[in-house]
Design a protein around this ligand. Structure first.
Ligand SMILES: NC(=O)c1ccc[n+]([C@@H]2O[C@H](COP(=O)([O-])OP(=O)(O)OC[C@H]3O[C@@H](n4cnc5c(N)ncnc54)[C@H](OP(=O)(O)O)[C@@H]3O)[C@@H](O)[C@H]2O)c1
Length: 255
């Protein structure tokens, strides 16, 4: 099974911490050259220093995931620095609203769509035009199990994650056979982003998950490495839940 990425170049958005940093680490361990991207330069510099010395070179470029011009600039910087682009991981996302979906205001709803949904489209467009159209590539979009069904508190965020799942399948169809496009749907993972969901009652949350623990960022990193590697060369349009079995629980229905 070929999980090595020697000679390949990857961009990971939202890579300064959490799941994005874990994905970047796995790709660099496998030999890929990795461009880390997120908004804050200081955090990126720290993340790049943390990954220095792995098999693949690591660099960083600050870009807002919801701004298509900044996506293009990051991709141009990647081509200049590493000479190629073969892998794109769309991981950055935001959630400015917590509570009933109908209470979200329009500005928050638009911001969520801009980063989580249009952002993913914009990076795919820019990467395809700049590199993948010529020689192919692999894209992994980070969705969420919340994009597969209703959950309390994060309804509109989950609508954008459902859109990422559909966008993934649509692009897999449109970009085949040159570019593979897959999605990961994480369950609850121990990161800053999800802290309010796990920190106050981790033991209780873990007890509800078939594998009896919340996820660690490396759980998602390993799955991402598999999907972008040649080991997954016949997989496109897939949505892989990495959730400790959370989506495999009995529905609680009467049937
Ligand atoms: N943690 C979970 O339980 C969970 C579950 C399902 C899905 N996910 C998904 O996993 C992905 C990563 O989440 P995480 O939990 O690792 O979050 P995290 O620890 O908060 O990290 C988020 C990363 O994204 C960057 N970022 C945030 N907004 C950005 C923007 N507008 N433009 C560019 N970069 C931005 C952050 O850096 P800056 O702030 O410096 O930009 C940071 O590097 C997201 O797509 C999230 O929806 C997470």
């Amino acid at each position: 099974m070929d999980l090595r990425l020697d000679g390949k170049t990857a961009i990971v958005t939202g890579a300064s911490r959490g799941i994005g940093l874990a994905i970047a680490r796995r790709l660099a361990e496998a030999g890929a050259q990795v461009m880390l991207s997120s908004r804050k330069p200081a955090a990126l510099e720290e993340a790049a220093a943390e990954l220095a010395g792995l098999d693949g070179d690591v660099a960083w470029y600050a870009a807002h995931a919801g701004d298509p011009d900044q996506a293009s600039a990051c991709i141009a910087a990647t081509l200049e620095r590493f000479g190629s682009l073969d892998i794109l991981v769309n991981n950055a996302a935001t959630n400015p609203h917590f509570g009933p979906m109908l209470e979200i205001d329009r500005a928050q709803a638009m911001k969520t769509v801009e980063v989580n949904q249009l952002g993913v489209l914009g990076w795919c467009q820019a990467a395809y035009r700049a590199a993948f159209e010529q020689h192919g590539g692999a894209i992994v979009n980070i969705a969420s199990i919340g994009g597969l069904g209703p959950e309390p508190g994060i309804g509109w965020y989950n609508v954008t994650k459902a859109a990422v799942i559909h966008l993934t399948r649509q692009l897999a169809f449109e970009l085949a056979p040159g570019v593979r496009v897959n999605a990961l749907a994480p369950g609850l993972v121990r990161t800053h982003f999800a802290r309010a969901l796990w920190e106050p009652h981790e033991a209780g949350v873990s007890a509800q998950i078939p594998l009896r623990r919340i996820g660690e960022p490396d759980d998602i990193g390993s799955a991402a490495l598999f999907l972008v590697s040649d080991a997954a060369s016949w997989i496109t349009g897939a949505v892989l839940a990495v959730d400790g079995g959370a989506t495999s629980r009995p529905s609680g229905g009467v049937g």
